[in-house]
Design a protein around this ligand. Structure first.
Ligand code: ADP
Ligand code: MG
Length: 211
């Protein structure tokens, strides 16, 4: 039996065609079903639905053999115990630094100001600003980062941006790219060895579908 960990929403929707290319179809839709374990057309493959940030954890401990997780999530998790063989090139966006319209980010950086940065991605942000030599106080948030600069909680945020519409609607603008982001296939290291006969054909089908 192979267990594949996916999260609802964009990751699930964009992974369905890749699963189809590997001859796998879930019997229920993650959006409409309340089930957390989805059966598939194959008796030896099942899909579990977990929070996006939990996918690496399920794969790390072998509760799932395979998972699909954003690079943002993997970087925060640290990627311990998971093998990352494939960039699926789905769920693409960019990790960006953003500030309120009127805030002069470049000048603050030039002046060596200590910036307050609110983000869900504390590890990623810490690394980014350390590399740039910018001093920051990081404030951990769990959502709606866009609000922080508007109410004086932070000078800047680090968040995922795709169209930029959410930033714009809240009077913010992106000022710096931290990293491009896309979803990655991850595999439990023991599963790759012990279940190779089941796992390898799946990896091959995914990589053909991406190419
Ligand atoms: P959640 O908000 O529960 O984390 P999402 O569907 O918003 O779930 O995000 C899941 C993954 O999709 C993220 O980890 C990221 O890799 C990617 N993602 C998030 N926001 C965007 C976006 N605006 N455009 C494209 N991909 C995104
Ligand atoms: Mg989201």
């Amino acid at each position: 039996m192979i267990t594949i960990a996916l999260s609802k929403g964009r990751i699930f929707d964009e992974t369905v065609p890749l699963l189809a290319a590997a001859g796998i179809a879930t019997r229920e839709d993650a959006e409409t079903s309340r089930k957390l374990i989805l059966t598939t057309n194959r008796r030896d493959v099942r899909v579990i639905i977990v929070r996006a940030t939990d996918v690496p954890t399920y794969v790390q401990y072998g509760a799932a053999d395979i998972g699909v997780a954003g690079k943002d999530v993997l970087d925060e998790h640290g990627g311990n115990g998971v093998y990352q063989p494939l960039d699926l090139k789905i769920a693409r966006c960019r990790m960006m630094v953003a500030v309120a319209e009127g805030y002069d980010y470049q000048q603050a950086v030039r002046q060596g100001a200590r910036l307050r940065v609110a983000t869900k991605y504390v590890q990623t942000a810490r690394e980014h600003f350390a590399t740039k030599g910018v001093h920051v106080d990081l404030i951990k948030l769990y959502g709606s980062m866009e609000l922080a600069p508007l109410v004086g909680l932070a000078d800047a945020i680090v968040d995922l941006v795709s169209s930029g519409n959410t930033l714009k609607a809240n009077g913010l603008r992106a000022v710096e790219e931290v990293a491009p982001v896309s979803a990655r296939l991850i595999v439990n290291q023991a599963s790759l060895k012990l279940k190779r006969a089941l796992v390898q054909p799946l990896l091959d089908a995914f990589s053909r579908a991406v190419a």
